[in-house]
Design a protein around this ligand. Structure first.
Ligand code: B9F
Length: 122
């Protein structure tokens, strides 16, 4: 019934904000991620994201995007699905966060994972 276009402003359960500019005709998009949380030494900076989504018109499309943190040498990827019901859009996501480590002996501890739920801000 409803579409699910990722373009726009989103906020997650941690208070992080994400701004996605226009989604193109292939489903590709760019945006900016403002994380509300960080354990980096440096102050948080808005960071670029690049992603792609399916363009199904049932309001339940899947998508993925990568965030390249500007204030740290780590990278996050998110995958998720949109659920558009009764005029409300919810993004259910899972993420992997890769931390830079000094050597392969530390590889085992370099990846964190979790889940975030996003709702549209406007
Ligand atoms: O705090 C992260 C970080 C990476 C290297 C030093 C600090 C960067 C910000 C990640 C934000 C995550 C959460 N925000 C959000 O909205 S991305 C997934 C979560 N959802 C601490 C030491 C090594 C890794 C983390 Fe680091």
């Amino acid at each position: 019934p409803q579409q699910c276009n990722l373009a726009g402003s989103w906020k997650n359960d941690l208070g992080s904000k994400m701004y996605v500019s226009k989604v193109d005709d292939k489903g590709n998009f760019l945006g900016e991620y403002h994380t509300a949380v960080s354990s980096a030494q440096k102050p948080i900076e808005p960071s670029p994201l690049v992603g792609s989504q399916h363009l199904d018109e049932d309001g339940q499309c899947t998508f993925g995007f990568t965030v390249n943190w500007k204030f740290s040498d780590s990278t996050a990827v998110f995958v998720g699905q949109c659920f558009a019901e009764k005029g409300e859009e919810i993004l259910q996501t899972s993420w992997l966060l890769r931390e830079k480590v000094d050597s392969q002996s530390s590889n085992w501890k370099a990846t964190r994972t979790g889940q975030n739920t996003f709702t549209r801000m406007c």
